[in-house]
Design a protein around this ligand. Sequence first.
Ligand SMILES: Nc1ncnc2c1ncn2[C@@H]1O[C@H](COP(=O)(O)OP(=O)(O)OP(=O)(O)O)[C@@H](O)[C@H]1O
Ligand SMILES: [Mg+2]
Length: 452
Amino acid sequence: MAIKRIPEFRIGAHSHIKGLGLDEKGKAMFIGDGMVGQEEAREAAGLIVRLIKSGKLAGRAILLVGPPGVGKTAIAIAISKELGPDVPFVALSGSSVYSAEVKKTEVLMRAFRKAIGVRFRERRRVLEGEVVEFEPHFVTDPWNPYRRRVKSAKLTLRTKSERVTFKVAPEVAEEMLARGVTPGMVVMIDKETGRVAVLGISEEASAEYKYDIGRVQTVPVPSGPVEKEREFTYVLTLDDLDIMFHRQKTGGGLLSLLFGGVEERKEIDETTRAEVDQFVKKNVEEGKAEIIPGVLFIDDCHTLDIECWSFISRALESELAPIVIFATNRGLTRIPGTNEVSPFGIPLDLLDRMLILPCYPYDQNEIREIIKIRAKTENIPLSDDALEELVKIGHEHGLRYAVMLMAPAYEHAKLNGHDKVTKEDVEFVKKRFISIDEGVKYLREYETKLLR
Ligand SMILES: Nc1ncnc2c1ncn2[C@@H]1O[C@H](COP(=O)(O)OP(=O)(O)OP(=O)(O)O)[C@@H](O)[C@H]1O
Ligand SMILES: [Mg+2]
């Protein structure tokens, strides 16, 4: 029997968002980086990005509020795009802290630690150059006559100004063989550990490596001496370090690497975390590392209960805290786990310390532009009157609903041989899939007939 195939791709609801769309003075363009309107919130978000980048907001909290579909999640995504690749950005939906296997505070703790990066700087002595000659010497393995072992190798490296020949230890030679090192390749060898990295094929030798299929990166022949000191930087998060330290202790070794290391379900103990913090502190004090506070984004934060909130308050006070951005569409509501009603469902003492960023419903012009962008991203051709119908629906029932109707409307169009979505296609699906406000009306009408 044929197995049903699930399409390989899904178009993310926010895939059109590339940034905040601000000019060099931080002013929002009406349309920019896939964002439309909501200018004030975007400009405020731009200031937050600046503060984050200069490390001035660690341990602070920001709250995005507004009705459903006004772009709160979109703005958070745009912030992450603006921050660049080195600043950690962790997104989490409030409800994902509730799992059967892991304590909710552990889920939060890991998210907090994933949101803090540590940039390590290391100076190492390396040998770098184009391989001119690589000659391994083999001997027969005394324990297994069918196997040949590398005893050593002769390696000649050249730069633009120098050519040096080395005798290479067996392990390094094995590694070079395993990586398929041949003359013409530019390699870098860590002098202390013997780790080999292939940087590419030298520009001069690249003519011999022309393939129809296959990617070969060409690099210039290095200049300067073969042996030099190089600075390496890499960013790890506190969570990465927790896992590394944990693995060392439990001796998980290769097996744990194969099976993905620490499973999300397992908990990392307090002592390991304290050791990691000590290790980071020491490296920072010695000038070998630098802390990069990242962003933890908690969407739909009204689902967090009072225990989560008290954990968050404490975590924000700690020395190594990220910037936390919350978003919610709730007004005055009960804090889960209590009988207390509070603005946005957030305990007042925490709310008091948050920078609150409001988002407002869109006008028709903004809705039109957002729908146009979404149609382009999802490859859905819309006729002019279908677009206007969607704008009207978005205005009356929310942008999210209008955007969600586009895909089924296109299916209906295709079934009926239209090459573009027509107004009728939109009306057809509008009748068959209802919006939340219509859902509420429906409930009121049939309340007594539904099971309770
Ligand atoms: N200003 C905008 N520019 C471009 N696209 C937007 C904008 N605002 C919202 N969108 C898009 O509209 C859809 C709904 O927005 P989003 O999910 O961000 O709303 P939200 O405020 O987070 O709503 P909720 O409270 O329901 O979570 C998404 O596909 C989003 O990418
Ligand atoms: Mg949202």
